[in-house]
Design a protein around this ligand. Structure first.
Ligand code: SF4
Ligand code: SF4
Length: 283
């Protein structure tokens, strides 16, 4: 079983379009959406949820009003000023350090686990998919990505699948690092702009740091042929495998509006280019 992640230096480069196309092209796979902060693979794959689970991360202090003697020790002790003068914990300010629960003389404070989101195992027209939803303003997306990856891998092993295909998080933060561990191939998607190149190089640096083989694809290369040529030159000089280029085509947006992957939409050169990239990927 091999794991491929599609990532990019920033959002909006077309990584989900490519992941969706791979979902249509790959046989015998599990899909995983690890862009948990802005998940949108479900818009293309229309998953039917079969299992729904809570994602718990971190803890928050809760005061039992009956047991509280209003001594005020916890208010003074909390350096995050999370406990109000009327002995109520503000869950947004509470960092879950549990100090207040240790110093409370009446054991009136308990630590409760936070439910920060949900994760799902679903069925799609292309096979199983593991995905998640992080609560608004919740952190710990790296932890949720790791959970989605683990579930997808276990499901693939259980079903004897050949592939796990992952829509990764954009950027170089914690979620992308969690997207990369144990990956056989990272496909980095960039657009032909200077900032696109810089962002892609930063991501490639991260993949190298974690010893994950990375290959690059230039999306909408024909919107700026000069910059595309510059990126190609940079890749060949710096030993970065360029696995393909995809032209701009409004068929991509049209297919998304119809909730279809580009591979299911009308015949186009983009379809052929992505199919060639899939065939050429070194995994
Ligand atoms: S330390 Fe305990 S008893 Fe004192 S105010 Fe806080 S919760 Fe109440
Ligand atoms: S758990 Fe820590 S941060 Fe939260 S209220 Fe208690 S002392 Fe403050």
């Amino acid at each position: 079983m091999r794991q491929i992640v599609v990532i990019s230096g920033k959002g909006g480069t077309g990584k989900t379009v490519i992941t969706g196309a791979f979902a249509a092209l790959a046989k015998n796979k599990v899909m995983a959406d690890c862009d948990v902060d802005a998940a949108d693979l479900h818009l293309l794959l229309q998953p039917q949820v079969k299992e729904r689970h809570e994602f718990k991360s971190g803890k928050t202090a809760v005061i039992d009003r009956k047991a509280c003697q209003q001594c005020g020790k916890c208010i003074t002790a909390c350096r995050f000023e999370a406990i109000s003068g009327d002995f109520v914990v503000d869950p947004v300010s509470c960092e879950g350090c549990a100090f207040c629960s240790y110093i409370c003389p009446t054991q009136a404070i308990r630590m409760e686990e936070n439910v920060s989101g949900e994760w799902f195992i679903s069925e799609t027209r292309f096979g199983p998919m593991v995905h998640a939803k992080l609560g608004i303003a919740e952190e710990n997306s790296g932890k949720l990505v790791a959970l989605v990856r683990k579930q997808a891998k276990e499901l693939a092993q259980k079903n004897g699948c050949e592939w796990v295909i992952i829509d990764g998080a954009p950027g170089i933060g914690c979620p992308v690092i969690a997207s990369l561990s144990g990956i056989d191939c990272a496909l980095v998607v960039t657009e032909p702009t200077l900032s696109g190149l810089h962002d892609a190089l930063r991501v490639i640096e991260v993949t190298r740091h974690f010893n994950v083989p990375a290959q690059l694809v230039i999306n909408k290369y024909d919107l700026n042929p000069e910059m595309s040529a510059r990126i190609e030159g940079y890749c060949s000089k710096n030993n970065i495998p360029l696995v393909g280029k995809i032209r701009f085509d409004k068929a991509v947006v049209e297919s998304m509006v119809e909730a279809k992957t580009i591979m299911e939409y009308k015949d186009s050169q983009v379809r052929e280019e992505i199919a060639e990239i899939w065939a050429r990927l070194k995994v």
